[in-house]
Write a protein that binds this ligand. Structure first.
Ligand code: DGY
Length: 322
């Protein structure tokens, strides 16, 4: 029996609360494996579907996009980032793209603070001491980290997530600077100081938080030159995409102490990561957990489903990328 509801092929496994809106509203077919699908499997799964839902781990390059079946009208990415999708190729195919802005900003900003604190307060070494059973008790000189309060936070990319980080940082007593392509309106700046030149952000960043989009335009923006301009004992954190950092340059400076610590949630080439990030005790690393809360996953699904409904009704939803 064929369903009158639009077929949606969801190329990932969603937690139950996040799968529910898709099951409730559409003829939803889910990735039946527990792995990332190949390009051929994505294309095969899309046959007969009007909507394809992918994540940032699925690569939609031009070659793959040309193979997508004629039944397809909408591609949804279960992410705010779109660097895994060839947007001109999608446009050439006349496909609509929806993403998940706003609903994940607060949870991603929470992870940014976790990364800053984890890196500054030596969480990796502290955990190892407690879990390894080697902790001999409180000592005044034990595992001294550095304060975040009173320090200058440089935010690279002052979009919705960057601004959510800035709000939290102010609550932690940090002074916020930012670099963006364009200066924000005063009200959105909320006291943060604009640095029009990227290298000038380095000079004022006791702690750097990378929150700009990934992709070719921003690849290796944080390179050896930038890192060498940062103050002694600086901390680098990244919640955006791994390719913004030149890993070799950062690792070299983490090893010799020019950069005191890093807090990283995203990695170039993840899940294959620079091996030093697994062993350096001054690297506090998480597995791309920015938006990983039950509530946020549920909201991401709701936003995508609401957007699909608007597009199918001929409208333009707020989460329309193109
Ligand atoms: C996003 O939404 O872009 C997150 O990084 C998950 O991919």
């Amino acid at each position: 029996m064929t369903s009158s509801r639009p077929r949606v092929f969801i190329a990932c496994v969603l937690p139950p609360a996040a799968a529910k809106p898709f099951r409730d509203r559409y003829d939803a077919v889910f990735n039946a494996t527990d792995r990332v699908l190949t390009a051929d499997e994505l294309v095969a799964g899309s046959i007969g579907a009007a909507i394809l839902v992918v994540t940032a781990t699925d690569r939609l390059d031009a070659a793959m996009i040309t193979q997508l079946p004629p039944s397809l009208r909408i591609v949804c990415t279960y992410s705010v980032g779109t660097d895994h999708i060839d947007l001109p190729a999608l446009a050439a195919r006349g496909l609509t793209l929806l993403s998940t802005p706003d609903v994940l900003s607060e949870s991603c900003a929470d992870i940014a603070l976790l990364l800053m604190l984890g890196a500054a307060r030596r969480a990796v070494e502290g955990l190892a001491l407690v879990r390894g059973g080697a902790w001999g008790g409180w000592m005044p000189g034990q595992l001294l980290g550095s304060d975040v309060h009173g320090r200058r936070l440089g935010i690279l990319g002052m979009g919705r997530i960057g601004r959510a980080v800035a709000r939290r940082a102010q609550g932690f007593g940090m002074r916020v600077h930012y670099h963006n392509r364009r200066r924000l309106d005063r009200a959105l700046e909320d006291g943060a100081q604009y640095q029009p030149v990227l290298q000038d952000l380095a000079i004022v960043s006791d702690i750097l938080c990378i929150a700009c989009p990934g992709g070719a335009a921003n690849r290796h923006l944080i390179d050896g030159t930038f890192l060498d301009q940062m103050p002694a004992g600086a901390i680098v954190t990244n919640i955006s995409r791994g390719d913004v950092i030149d890993d070799a340059a950062l690792v070299e400076r983490l090893q010799d102490g020019r950069i005191a610590a890093a807090g990283l949630d995203v990695f170039d080439g993840e899940p294959t990561i620079h091996p030093a990030y697994r062993t350096l005790s001054n690297v506090f690393a998480l597995p791309h957990s920015g938006s990983a809360t039950v509530e946020t996953r549920r909201e991401m699904s709701r936003l995508l489903c609401d957007g699909i409904d608007v597009v199918l009704a001929g409208g333009q939803p707020a989460n329309l990328v193109r």
